[in-house]
Ligand binder design. Sequence first.
Ligand SMILES: [Zn+2]
Length: 330
Amino acid sequence: MAKPKPRKKNDTPLVILAWGLNIFGLCAVALVAVAYLALKPAHAAPQEPRVVFTATMPPTFTPNPPSLVLPTITPNPRSTMIVVQSPTPFVLQNVGSAGRASVATVGYSVSGRPIEVYIFGNGEHEKMIVAGIHGGYEWNTIALADELIQHIFDNPDIVPDDVTLYILRNMNPDGDARDHGIDGRVNDHGVDLNRNFPANWAKTWDREGCWSLTATTGGTGPGSEPETRTVMYFLQSHNVETLISYHSAALGVFPGGVPWEADSKKFSKALAKATGYPYPPIDTGCVYTGTLADYAVELGITAVDMELSTHKFTDFDENLKALEVLLNWR
Ligand SMILES: [Zn+2]
C-alpha cells in the first residue's frame, strides 16, 4: 500500500539531524544543537499556573465533558464563557486600561489545572491563537502567548473594531508543570494532544521522521483527552474564522487540512512572509494524525501549525507581525 503523503510538521531534533546528510546539513546540525541547549531555558516560563481564581460556572457549561456528544454552535458565543471575577494584578492592571479585555476558564486538564482563554475586542470576525499544546517541551510558545497578551493589554487599539481575538495561552498546563524539556510534551495521560483530535485520528503511528524522544500515544480514542475536548467545545461553540496553533521548533508553517486546505495555504504563506519561517515547511517524512489544525479545517476554520525558530526564544517581533496578519486576515 502506498505510504500516505507526508504533509506536515515535526519537532524532532533527531529528524533534523537526518537532514544533515544534504547540502543544508551544517545548518541543520546547528539547529539541533540550539534546540538541545534550549531544553533548560535560562528564563523559564512559570511552572505553575499564574492565574489563580475561582469562577462561577454557568449552567450550560460542562468542564471535561464525559463524551464526544458536544453542543452545537450557539448563537450567542459569550453565553458559554466564564468571565473571571478576580483576575490577578497582572491582568487587572491592564484590563482596566484596555477596557475591553477579559479572561475565561474554558476547561481543565487531566490534573485539574485551568485552561484559560484571554479575549480581546468584541467584533464579528473571531480569531484564535492556541499555544502550549506540547506543554513544557514547547514552553516558549506559552511565553510568547503571554508576551502577546501583555502587548495587547498595553496597545488595545491593535485589535480592529470588527475583530474578537482569543488567546488560549497554555493548552497543556500539566505538561508545562511537569518539565520544560522532552518529558513536558504530553498530558498527564501520556497523550500527545496534537495527535488526539478527531481528524484522521490514530492511536499510534509510524515513528519514521516523527518526534520520538519519549513514548506517547494519540489517546484511547479521538478526542479522549479533556484538554482536547475543551478546545473542541470552544471551537464548536464559537465562530472562529482563523487559527494559529503554535509549536517549536524550526520546521516552518504548516497549513491545516488533508490535503492542505487552500485558504490555510494562503494564510501560511502570508505568515511565512511576515515571520521569515519556512514555507513550504520542512518535510521530515512524518505522517501527522489527529492534529488541531486539521480538526479546525474540518470545522471550516482557516488554520495553521506554526513553529517558532527555537525551543528557547519567543521570536516576539516576528510574531507581532504574525499577529497583524491574523487580525487582518479575511
Ligand atoms: Zn509541537
